[in-house]
Structures are given as C-alpha cells and as structure tokens.
Design a protein around this ligand. Structure first.
Ligand code: CP3
Length: 648
C-alpha cells in the first residue's frame, strides 16, 4: 500500500504547518498538526553586529547564504542598525554564495547578483564544491548565514580547506505560545492513537520531549514512540533525534517536506508492522537499525516459499508474473544521500569489507526504491586484492592496479588465493543482508567474468581500446589460457560460497567483453565462461551480462546462463528474437534517460515493456549501472512506472 490510508500522522511543523497537513491528507492520511516551536529573531547579539560591521568594513572575503528565509531575516535584523543600501553595497563587493533558488531570489530582491550559486540537491556539499572550484580557500574569511542548527559539517570542511569561518545565527527557538495542540498530540501518542510522527526540524524533537517532561509523561512518550513510525526531514533532524535516544525510521533522500511525506506514504505501513513485531520480541526499536528490525511472520504473503515464488525468480525461470520485476545495476551508490553519508567516512574498499555497511546499503537501496531484488554491495575486483596487484580506487579514476599483469611470468607469479577465506567479509555481508531483507525479496550475488577481470589485471585500470589485454591474448595465448583457467577456478569457488551464504541468483559481469569480435570471443573467452557457468551449483539462476554485445549475443547465450543481460544499444525485441525465447533477458533502459523528465522516463519504460511484449522471462533493468548524480526521484519514478505499466 503506497499511501497513508488508515494512518494517523502527527506533524510538528510550525511555519509550514498547513502545507504539511495538506501533503499528509493528499496521501490519504489523517493529519494532526502539533506545532512544536516558534521562531524568534535572534537578538542582535555580538555575532550579528560583528557580522554587519565587518561586512561593511570589507573584512569578509565570502558570505554564504544558506536559506531564503534566513537571508531575509538577517537583513531585517541588521537593518535597524545599518542602512540597507550600505549593507547591499558591501555585499556587492564581497564574493556571495547562495545555496539554491530561495536565497538567490532574496538577493535578487536586493539587486545583488550572487557570485556563486550552489546547485542541486542543495546540500552543504554543493556549497563546498562551488567554493573549492572557485579558488583556494586558505586564509579566506567566510561568513555563513545560519538557520537553526549550525551546519557543523560545512564549517569543519571549510576549516579543513584553511578558511576562517564566522557563523552568523539568525534565529532562536521558543515553545509555541499555545501549547495545547502539542500537549494533545503527546497524549494521543501515549494512548496509542498515532501511527506516524513527522519531525521537520531538530528543535521540534527537543521541544516535544521537553513538553512531555513538563507534563510528566516523558517516559510514556518514549515508550509510545517505540511502536510509532518516526519520520525525519533530513540528517540534522535525524542526528538530533538519535542523540535524544529516539530512533529514526525514515529520512528522505532530499530535505523537503514533500519528499518526507511521499516517502512515509511508501514505507510507513510496512515500517509500522516491522517496528511493532520487533517490539513484541523484545528488540529495542529506539536503537534498532535497518539490519535489526524483524519482519512480521505473515508478511511474506500466501506462499510457503516466498523467495522461490517472487516475481524476480519466476522471471528468471521464464514463468508468468503479475508484473515485470525490476532491479537496477548499481542500485546502491553515490546518487543516494545515505550512501554518500556513509562513504564520506570510509573508503570504498573499506565499505565493501565492512559487512555491516555493505549489508546496510544493500537493504537500504531496496527499501528506498521498492525494487524486486537486492544485489549484494561489493565490487568485482575485491577478489584480486590478495593477488598482490596493488588494488586501489582513486576518486574520479575508478579502480587501479599498481602492479598489473603484463607477462606470462607475471601470470605464473600471481599468488594462489582461497576466495572462501579472503572474501569472508562478502559472505558475512550476504548473511546480514539476507536476514534483514523482506522474506520475499531475493538477494543477488555476483562476480566479474574472467575476461573483464583479466582486462583490469592486465591494463591496470579501465581502458578504452583494451590494447594491452588483446595484445597479451593474441601474443601469448598459452599465458592467456592459464590466466583465464585460474580466474575460472577462483570465481567458481567464490560464487558457490556466495550461494552457500544465502544468495538466490548470481550475475556474471562481463562488462568489457564487447570489445571483442565474435571469432575472438569464441576462441579466447567462451570456453572459460562455459566452464565457469557449469561449475556453479545447480538450481540458482545465472544472469550473464555484458555491454556492447550486440554482435556476439548468440555466442554469449551458447556460453550459458538462464538470463542474458542486454545493454541499451540494442532493441530488446530484436535481441530477444535473435537469442531465442528459450532464454530470459534482462534490461535495457539507458541509464542516461534517468536524467530526463519523469514523463519521458515513463515513456521510455513503456517502449521497453512493449518490446518485451509481456512475454514471460523479462527482468527490467538498466542497460548498465546507475550513474552518480542521477536524481533519486527519477529512479523511484522508473521503478513505480514499470510496476504500474506492466501490471497484468
Ligand atoms: O550493482 C550494485 O548495486 C552492486 C554493487 C556493484 C558495484 N560494482 C559497486 C561499486 C557491482 C555489481 C559492481 C560491479 C563492477 N565493478 C563492475 C561491473 C559492472 C559495471 O559497471 O560494468 C565493474 C566494471 C567494476 C569495477 C569498478 N568499481 C568500477 C569501474 C568502478 C567505478 C569507479 C567510479 O569512480 O565510479 C568501481 C567502484 C564502485 N563499485 C562504486 C560502486 C558503488 C563507486 C564507489 C564510490 O566511489 O563510492
């Protein structure tokens, strides 16, 4: 159920209370407005006065405006002391930065053209990015107009670049004048007459607990919230909620009320059932994360084996499904805020090696997007690390090997590895993700195909023409076969251990094999792919994926696999015809179309669904992985669109 039907939702928003209520009601929820704070202009304290004085004296190099309301409020705070034209003139002489369209509009109203504008998705990271791009920040004095909570992350990042930062507070917070609606909301929560609460600022959380304490019901409220879905507008509010010992069940990818309410509409019913089931078995839901909450026993529907009967696995077996299942390559990645947040603290390799983090982002992607399968978060190159090639991931360059394999001697010298041991972190991540995933959502394991892995080992990095790889292959076929054999053996062990750990399907990524012609594919790759595919434990569907493979599709099918992955360059109907309908296909939406409008996305999804013509055995996917910066909403629109348009 993708709405708030039957749910009582309490909103603590003040200034935009009516908008919030409207959003909840449009989603079918029964909304209660309980404003939990009042904004008061900050008294013109030393910070604001110093800001105005120093601005006029030309002592700031840069002024950052984070919000429109805050920029306006700042002006009204200093205007009684310094004439507006003087302030505006000083601003015009300083580098000014606006975060997004709202402060931009306010500055335009003052006839100030901001020097820099930070773009979508309007977080502090984009502010940092435009500033760093504009020139060195060392020794620069930067004033930041604050709004509510100080943005410590931005301050710290600027200081790390050598800047001197002066925060300028604009507001202070107080309790609302009329406390009765809030008190009534707290009573309703304590009596179990509320299913969902929505916090739209950090201060609301503190005020709600304070008012509850004054009423003598703080503990009762905390207990009640353990069985209530808690939505938080963004990272700052979430941090405050967690600090107060309240869990956060849902935070949207973008800090917007619309996103919060729509996201709650998608997830609240399930979250509520999970939270209450978890509470019943004694799990502390105020602390439990995504990996600890359990699923209610009756969640998996009518079937005895919900995984086996899932739309995804049925499609792998070319059985009829009620709708076309969809998942997306790289569905956990940098386009998600929660991913970037985790990734800002650890390197990519570390993230892959931490089973808790890998499982977390695996499950998060499924919950955020509503896709029909999970894929374990990892990378195809993890397996080569113990071969001593010096693997690293460099920002903007992708994977690199410090000591690539260039000669037959290098092949002989590659140390043997034991994937079942060296990749134990992956198996643990699989077990954790499997436990946390919905009992009807299959988990996909994967590995690189020998050709694609060999190409990284030989080139030492991604390549355009694969010159070194192909030269190696043509010049020294013996060494090539030795390397491929070796990779087949390691990868067969790796995949079978993933199956033992709990994946329901596996995908082989032969991402770069499309650089070969058919004859070379048949000679240098196909026998090895065939050997690998036939070494995988039976009963687990195998997806065989490559890009640029239009000319070698038949050979790829002969190498094996239950499902053939298609990239976006081919017409799905023609490719399937050529492959034969005795094999399932996966694909093939162009990932770049996700940057277009939701209407265009839906249209293109329909084109692909039409090409598949409702034939059993189509799994919807992209033609290649999701690109960084893809708008999350568009990805959700694609998933919803495919489910909608294909329902039979
Ligand atoms: O699909 C998923 O959600 C599972 C995760 C997954 C990743 N890589 C995560 C990842 C999978 C299945 C892969 C496979 C992979 N890795 C392939 C085959 C698929 C493809 O895209 O063709 C290849 C060629 C690699 C090697 C690799 N790893 C590349 C080319 C890159 C990109 C580097 C970059 O800067 O984008 C990586 C890193 C990588 N693997 C990231 C992710 C989410 C980005 C890491 C980050 O910076 O956070």
């Amino acid at each position: 159920m993708a709405d708030l039907e039957g749910l009582r939702v309490t909103c603590f928003e003040s200034r935009m209370a009516s908008e919030m209520i409207g959003l909840v009601e449009r989603m079918g929820g029964s909304a209660r407005s309980a404003p939990a704070m009042r904004e008061l202009p900050a008294p013109v304290g030393p910070n604001t006065r110093a800001f105005a004085e120093q601005l006029i004296a030309g002592q700031f190099d840069i002024v950052v405006f984070l919000t429109g309301v805050g920029a306006g409020a700042l002006m009204s705070l200093i205007e009684p002391y310094y004439p507006r034209p003087t302030v505006i003139e000083a601003l015009s002489k300083t580098v000014s930065v606006v975060r997004g369209p709202k402060p931009l509009a306010v500055l335009r109203g003052w006839h100030v053209k901001p020097t820099l504008q930070a773009g979508e998705p309007n977080t502090w990271r984009e502010v940092l990015e435009v500033l760093v791009k504009a020139g060195p920040l060392t020794g620069k004095r930067i004033a930041i107009q604050e709004y509510g909570e100080p943005n410590l992350a931005l301050v710290e990042a600027l200081e790390a670049h050598g800047a001197e930062v002066a925060p300028v507070p604009v507001y202070t917070w107080a309790l609302p004048e009329d406390l009765e609606p809030l008190r009534e909301a707290i009573r309703a929560l304590c009596d179990g007459r509320t299913e969902v609460v929505a916090f739209t600022s950090a201060q609301q959380a503190r005020n709600v607990l304070q008012v509850a304490a004054d009423m003598g019901v703080e503990n009762g409220l905390r207990e009640a919230l353990k069985g209530t879905v808690i939505g938080s507008i963004g990272p700052t509010a979430s941090a405050a909620l967690r600090q107060l010992g309240l869990g956060v069940d849902f935070e949207p990818d973008r800090t917007r009320m619309g996103h919060l309410v729509r996201g709650l509409a998608r997830s609240a019913t399930t979250l509520l059932r999970r939270k209450r089931a978890s509470l019943e078995v004694g799990i502390d839901t105020s602390r439990a994360g995504r990996l600890e909450l359990i699923w209610p026993a009756d969640e998996c529907g009518a079937t005895t084996d919900p995984l086996h009967d899932s739309a995804f696995l049925r499609a792998c077996r070319r059985e009829k499904t009620e709708y076309t299942p969809i998942w997306l390559m790289r569905q956990a990645g940098r386009y998600q805020r929660a991913y970037r947040e985790i990734r800002s603290k650890v390197s990519f390799l570390e993230m892959c090696k931490r089973p808790d983090l890998a499982a977390e982002v695996t499950v998060m992607a499924v919950e955020q997007l509503g896709v029909d399968a999970a894929i374990i978060f990892s990378d195809i190159l993890l397996i080569v690390e113990p071969m001593g090639v010096g693997l690293s991931y460099q920002e903007g360059h992708g994977p690199m090997m410090a000591r690539p394999v260039r000669t037959s001697q290098d092949v002989d010298n590659l140390p043997g590895i034991e994937p079942v041991e060296s990749l134990a972190c992956v198996f643990e991540a699989i077990r954790m993700a499997r436990r946390a995933l919905h009992p009807a959502v299959p988990l996909i394991g994967f590995c690189g195909a020998p050709f694609t892995i060999a190409s990284y080992l030989i080139e030492g990095r991604s390549s355009r023409d694969f010159r070194q790889t192909k030269t190696f292959m043509y010049r020294d076929p013996g060494a090539w076969y030795a390397l491929m054999d070796r990779l087949v053996c390691d990868h067969a062990k790796y995949l079978n251990a993933q199956i033992d750990a709990g994946v329901q399907a596996v995908q082989l990524f032969d991402s770069w094999v499309g650089c070969l012609n058919e004859a070379d594919y048949r000679e240098f790759v196909m026998p090895h792919m065939h050997a690998l595919i036939h070494a995988i434990k039976p009963g687990v569907p195998i997806i065989h994926f490559g890009t640029n493979t239009a000319t070698i599709l038949k050979a790829i099918k002969q190498a094996g696999g239950d499902v053939i992955g298609l990239d976006w360059r081919v017409d799905l109907a023609e490719a399937w015809q050529e492959l034969g309908h005795d094999v399932a296909v996966q694909g093939n939406f162009d990932p770049v179309v996700l940057f277009a409008t939701p209407a265009r996305i839906r249209k293109q999804a329909q084109v692909i669904l039409d090409q598949a013509a409702g034939r059993p055995g189509h799994i919807f996917n992209l033609g290649h992985g999701i690109l960084p910066d893809t708008p999350v909403d568009h990805v959700i629109a694609l998933v919803d669109g495919v489910h909608d348009l294909s329902r039979r």
